[in-house]
Design a protein. Sequence first.
Length: 262
Amino acid sequence: MSGSAPAGSPIILLPTRARFPALARRLYVHRMRLRVRNGPEMLVRVCDLEGPMHVFGLSEYDFNVIDWNRVHTVIDAGAHVGSFSLWAGLRAHCQIYALEPNPEVFRMLVENLDRAGISPRVVVRSAALAGSSRVATLSSPTRASHGASIVSDKGGAEIAVQTMTLVEAIADAGYESVDFLKLDIEGAEYELFATASLSLLSQARLIAIECHPVEGATAQQLIDKLHMAGFAVASELTTSGLVLAWHEPRWSRDQEAEASPS
């Protein structure tokens, strides 16, 4: 059959919710140990796999423009089960401030940081980064923990969560500046940018934004504001619509080597 798996490849067939709803629910939240490429062993559930797959499987944050030797402070907004925090924490001896609003996912995040031995360098907060500080409704997809949003109806469970602003996050982290600001906040990036001043954005040296579809908002709006704040920007670097922005001069080790005198 065309497109079939190679001989000997493991195949996992998950039951559909329509035919076996109870069994499907149990399997989607079944905990397992996941050994990721170029990373640690993680505890995840089937419904958590998208996060580690993008960070470690697709190496979404593996760019030459990022010199991890110069990354000392990180904000990981939308930390999920800890994939990006682990990626950053194992590449740089940095301090990390991680936010994750989903209580169940938050527990997995804390456990994965502990297992990797980097929890002493990480401050975790059960909150969502947004344009204002408020109590918001977090809507989760029915079959995945990745993608829960405070601005879009995902069709699944809804819970009340606390949000905080970027100003509050930087102050709570105790940072004077942010070397790497990673935003995977499922549509809240637009309200965050709408309320963030250019001087506030400029406190970050490098920003990575996962852009999500929200009615009336576009990634170009974010890119335009990043340019106004003095950033160089590369967009659509990955299948998930990643926008990467950095202050000149570039952090690229290759470019620094090219620019150095012979």
